[in-house]
Design a protein around this ligand. Structure first.
Ligand code: GYE
Length: 311
């Protein structure tokens, strides 16, 4: 059978475990860094990594997982583009007794359909961003525009909720416009342009909240082209802590970011190794940290440090 052929081919290629990785795509700098670090973690541990880029499409991810199951890989890493629609394919992996570890985004499926999930508390990230803005404006009125991540993805849903939690009860803060820009720089710029236009040029916009740094970087460009100063005329707060946002913070064009580590594979592989060794079941959620950075936190140094890490 095709499965048996693929299996023997895989066995001949590598001595170590074979891992299938269904990655979302390359929408952001953070995503690219996660891919790089997953590859290097796999190499360090002597795994054979089968990488599949889904180009943002869930159907491509489902096809990749089915092919990993057919090949009989030892484990599957899945960064799920959206939260719903995973039950059947996760069931198929479970029936084949292939452990699945979710990376960075969550699914709505029952948690016995995967081994564990590595990620941040996405609601908390939004709360940290919102609390920064609450403190920064110190009671002054503030009209906010929001750039959302990919519609239906857990970070877009949860980062919106978290931010709204933080500003709730502070009547001086109000989200006046909110739209998806798909976590990309190009869409971030376009949607920010439309916000500025709809807001009569943008003089009354006090702050931008973007669900990731890439959208913020695109929006910063739009704000500059509209003749306003990002970072002062319009405050900018976002999430990820990628090198480019530290450059913007160092230049005074962005104000704050919440860090998301791109090294999700390290904890994922640790959990898999314990599981393979003696069946140790990990916690269902392995949580990474969410730290706030501003201009006070040596943005140039943070930029350099990330470049050294391989971002
Ligand atoms: O913040 C963003 C990305 O899934 C939490 O996906 C992740 C997000 C990350 O492309 O930049």
């Amino acid at each position: 059978t095709v499965a048996a052929l693929a299996l023997s081919a895989g066995a001949a290629l590598a001595e170590g475990e074979t891992i299938g990785f269904s990655q979302i795509g390359s929408e952001s700098g953070w995503r690219a860094a996660e891919t790089t670090l997953t590859r290097s973690q796999a190499e360090e541990r002597g795994y054979q990594l089968q990488f599949s880029d889904a180009q943002q499409r869930q159907e491509n991810q489902i096809a990749a997982i089915r092919s990993f199951v057919a090949q009989g890989v030892d484990a599957i890493l899945l960064a799920p583009v959206v939260a719903t629609g995973w039950d059947s394919v996760l069931q198929e992996a479970a029936e084949a007794e292939i452990p699945v570890v979710l990376l960075d985004r969550q699914v709505d499926s029952a948690d016995d359909l995967y081994l564990t999930a590595v990620g941040s508390d996405l609601v908390h990230e939004g709360e940290v961003a919102g609390q920064w803005l609450v403190d920064e404006v110190a009671g002054e009125p503030c009209r906010i525009v929001e750039l959302q991540g990919t519609t239906g993805s857990s970070p877009a849903i949860d980062r919106k909720t978290g931010f709204e939690n933080a500003i709730a009860g502070h009547d001086n803060l109000e989200i006046v416009r909110s739209q998806t820009a798909d976590f990309t720089r190009a869409r971030g710029k376009e949607v920010m342009e439309s916000f500025l236009q709809a807001e009569g040029g943008g003089a009354d916009i006090c702050a931008l909240y973007a669900h990731n740094d890439d959208m913020a970087v695109g929006a910063i460009q739009a704000i500059k082209e509209a003749g306003l100063a990002p970072g002062t005329d319009i405050l900018v707060v976002s999430i990820d802590a990628v090198p480019d946002i530290f450059q913007a913070i160092a230049a005074g064009e962005a104000n704050a970011t919440v860090e998301l580590t791109p090294n999700m594979a390290g904890p994922a592989f640790d959990a898999l190794e314990a599981y393979w060794a003696d069946g140790t079941m990990p916690e269902k959620f392995i949580q990474t940290e969410s730290k706030l950075y501003t201009a006070a936190d040596d943005p140039q140094g943070e930029y350099d440090r990330r470049k050294d890490l391989g971002y």
